[in-house]
Design a protein around this ligand. Structure first.
Ligand SMILES: C[S@@+](CC[C@H](N)C(=O)[O-])C[C@H]1O[C@@H](n2cnc3c(N)ncnc32)[C@H](O)[C@@H]1O
Length: 252
């Protein structure tokens, strides 16, 4: 479950952004020339500026915001599980959305559980579990966090922005990405309300079509989405699965 921070480029990210603070370097590429171009794009990126102004830890907040505002996903009282939550922008967005006044602190009408293999600076009202989602004992911790005396709380919304460290070898990377998405679908089938929704990040490439097929087999409605904040030169995209298909066996 332990992560070698040195081998993980994500580990350099600042987790506790305040308004005006540096916004997470999500997809920072390697190499001097690319870095210059990337830095230029990053500095001039309207979503980076907006995230600084709004106090989000990463520009990723606006991807979830657009998906949520398009589909009306997050409702008062919801139980939301955020997979791959660090540095915390999605959890921050959900937290504000579940606040009766849209605030980053104070009353919260709902439940949010974040999970990531990297540490995450606390967000008021968000329960955080550190660990690798692929490991059964981490999944168990997540299930424990949903347990109550009356039985497990069923989840309204699962959001997964998990992205593995990429090796550059297409087949290996596709398999890693697919594995994370498959696990998120399995979790949704087991822990979500029948009318619940899963939002999962994936990438165009050889693994894309089988994952769309998996979503279609698992959810009543499947919507591919590419929010404006997702860079056009990135193969990143999102699949939204709404309503579990009856007969879609949990865990299969
Ligand atoms: C793009 S970042 C998420 C950004 C986040 N949604 C936000 O708004 O701040 C992807 C995250 O997925 C996490 N991740 C990747 N593989 C994981 C795994 N197997 N288990 C848990 N977290 C994982 C990484 O550590 C990283 O923090």
């Amino acid at each position: 479950m332990k992560v070698n921070a040195k081998s993980n480029p994500n580990a350099t990210r600042k987790a506790g952004a305040k308004p005006g603070a540096k916004v997470s370097n999500m997809a920072k590429p390697k190499g001097k020339k690319v870095n210059k171009a990337w830095l230029h794009e990053h500095i001039n990126d309207p979503y980076v500026k907006l995230a600084q102004k709004d106090g989000y830890r990463a520009r990723a907040a606006y991807k979830l915001k657009e998906i949520d505002e398009t589909l009306g996903l997050i409702k008062p009282g919801d139980c939301v599980v955020d997979l791959g939550s660090t540095p915390g922008a999605w959890s921050q967005y959900v937290r504000r959305k579940l606040s009766p006044t849209g605030a980053a602190a104070g009353a919260l009408n709902g439940r949010i559980i974040g999970l990531d293999m990297l540490p995450m600076e606390p967000i008021e009202g968000v329960v955080f579990i550190q660990g690798d989602f692929r490991e059964p004992e981490v999944l168990q911790k997540l299930e424990q966090a949903l347990a109550t005396e009356k039985g497990p709380i069923k989840v309204d919304l699962v959001i997964s922005d998990m992205a593995p460290n990429l090796s550059g070898i297409e087949s290996a990377d596709s398999a890693r990405i697919a594995h994370l998405v498959e696990l998120a679908v399995e979790f949704a089938k087991n822990q979500m309300k029948p009318e619940g929704t899963l939002v999962a990040k994936l990438f165009h490439g050889s693994g894309y079509d089988p994952l769309v097929k998996l979503f279609r087999a698992s959810f009543k409605v499947v919507k591919p989405m590419k929010p404006k904040a997702s860079r056009s030169n990135s193969s990143e995209t999102f699949l939204v699965g709404i309503g579990l298909k009856t007969g879609a066996d949990p865990g299969k």
